[in-house]
Design a protein around this ligand. Structure first.
Ligand code: NI
Length: 225
């Protein structure tokens, strides 16, 4: 399931983040990829050693946690600190699947990556190319969203970033360990939650809707680990 979440950040928030990011320190992005992925990864990454990095990263987490769509789709158990990347002209990231396990350097714990998130920080008209292409069982999906919008997709999917041919593409990206590791189970829970939300707004809290909501929570009890 690919889920587009609009306006995770306001345009003012994007401008403020970009002001700090654009003036800050960037390093070679290949340093944080696995050895296989590093061969096809050509981009820059905002230095995680920079004193600007922790508050910028936290701003992304705070904004995402306010989004009911994100919470329902990802069922987050552990959100890895968001990082930032920049694709200038000629930069690209070939087809890859993200590493299944990432180290959270703050706590030293290993985190399983179930859900990947990209928050776009450049407007689509500011660059050519640079589409995020995600493959799933229904085919290939090209994603290029307005600054401030996010895309949520299973970390198990093959994906790439097309070469940028003009301008620059700046984004934040992060991984989430979900309470429900299975993408299909998460997708079913999300659909059920969204349908219940609509039914509740149409009919109010009928006895049947309360019962179905109970099933939703009981499924989470069954599947959360
Ligand atoms: Ni990736």
């Amino acid at each position: 399931m690919l889920l587009h979440i609009p306006e995770v950040l306001t345009k003012v928030q994007v401008q403020e983040l970009r002001r700090i990011l654009d003036a800050g320190a960037w390093v070679d992005g290949a340093g944080t990829a696995g050895p296989l992925a590093a061969e096809s990864k050509r981009n820059a990454q905002f230095s995680t050693e920079s004193s600007d990095y922790p508050p910028l990263s936290q701003a992304i987490v705070t904004a995402l946690e306010r989004q009911p769509l994100f919470v329902s789709a990802a069922l987050p158990q552990h959100i890895l600190p968001p990082m930032f990347n920049r694709y200038a002209v000629g930069n690209t990231y070939g087809n890859h699947v993200d590493n299944a396990i990432q180290m959270d350097r703050r706590s030293g714990t290993r985190v399983r990556t179930d859900v990947s998130v990209t928050v776009f920080l450049s407007e689509p008209e500011d660059y050519e190319g640079g589409e995020l292409v995600v493959d799933d069982t229904y085919g290939s999906h090209e994603v290029k969203l307005p600054a401030g919008d996010a895309i949520v997709y299973p970390s198990s999917s093959l994906h790439r970033v097309e070469p940028v041919t003009a301008g620059a593409r700046v984004a934040s990206f992060l991984w989430v360990q979900s309470l429900v590791s299975d993408a299909w189970q998460r997708s079913m829970l999300f659909d059920l939650d969204m349908t219940l939300l609509k039914l509740r707004s149409q009919l109010g809290n009928t006895e049947e809707i309360v019962a179905l909501t109970g099933h939703y929570h009981n499924l989470i009890r069954q599947w959360a680990k």
